[in-house]
Design a binder for this molecule. Sequence first.
Ligand SMILES: Nc1ncnc2c1ncn2[C@@H]1O[C@H](COP(=O)(O)OP(=O)(O)OP(=O)(O)O)[C@@H](O)[C@H]1O
Ligand SMILES: [Mg+2]
Length: 252
Amino acid sequence: MAGQSYTAAQAAAASGAIIDVADVGLTLTSRAGPVEILRGVSLRIAAGESVAVVGPSGSGKTSLLMILAGLERASRGRVEVVGEDFSKMSEDALAEARGRDIGIVFQSFHLVPTMTALENVALPLEFAGRRDALGVARKLLGEVGLKDRTEHFPAELSGGEQQRVALARAVSGQPRLLLADEPTGNLDGRTGAQVIELLFDLHKRHGSTLVLITHDDGLAARCDRTVRMADGRIISDEAQAIRTAEPRTAAQ
Ligand SMILES: Nc1ncnc2c1ncn2[C@@H]1O[C@H](COP(=O)(O)OP(=O)(O)OP(=O)(O)O)[C@@H](O)[C@H]1O
Ligand SMILES: [Mg+2]
């Protein structure tokens, strides 16, 4: 143990990076043979940043998010997230890191089917030992427009409603890192806007880092940075062009 107390992952975290991945590859085996899904992705995201991930369908966005969430293991490369080296951790340790530090909003919702909307949202809070879990969960469901649906089970909710429950659950524990995969995909304009406000609110008020996969240019423009993927690679990584009241260094 001695001499192992300061890992590379902790060093990256100490320097301000909450995500530090380098040369990440993902190869999955399909019936047609191995498919190279990620081909050497390197990405560093500082704590508190908001980053949009954009790119065509099939370019690897969700796959990258799965790796950042510790839900998929990279075939190669370095994966350091929330100060932990994900490549060296057991499934249990990954689940613990996720529960502690990461909020995830997916295209599919992964709600617990035997729990009501309220119980689903309260779950991370209860894990964190919060006595006011149900009260906080009720408030969050109100904020996503589901005040009257708290006792419904996921099967009794529409797709958009399930997505909003999933979002309320993802933000309820105020995680340091929020990973969102097209969080407004199933929502109408107004509800989608409410959901987005909740994400950006947590990012702004609590300094949570936000990684947001989106096909919406307007949404990408609200993030500090846009990472563009194509064919399993990052093809560009740019700070937002227009930032009022902040001097730009490069004129380009
Ligand atoms: N289990 C799997 N086995 C083989 N190939 C897979 C598997 N899962 C995903 N893929 C392939 O990996 C590629 C990247 O998929 P991914 O879901 O990351 O794309 P995406 O950028 O999120 O696309 P979208 O915008 O449509 O959600 C796709 O071509 C997909 O067909
Ligand atoms: Mg996807």
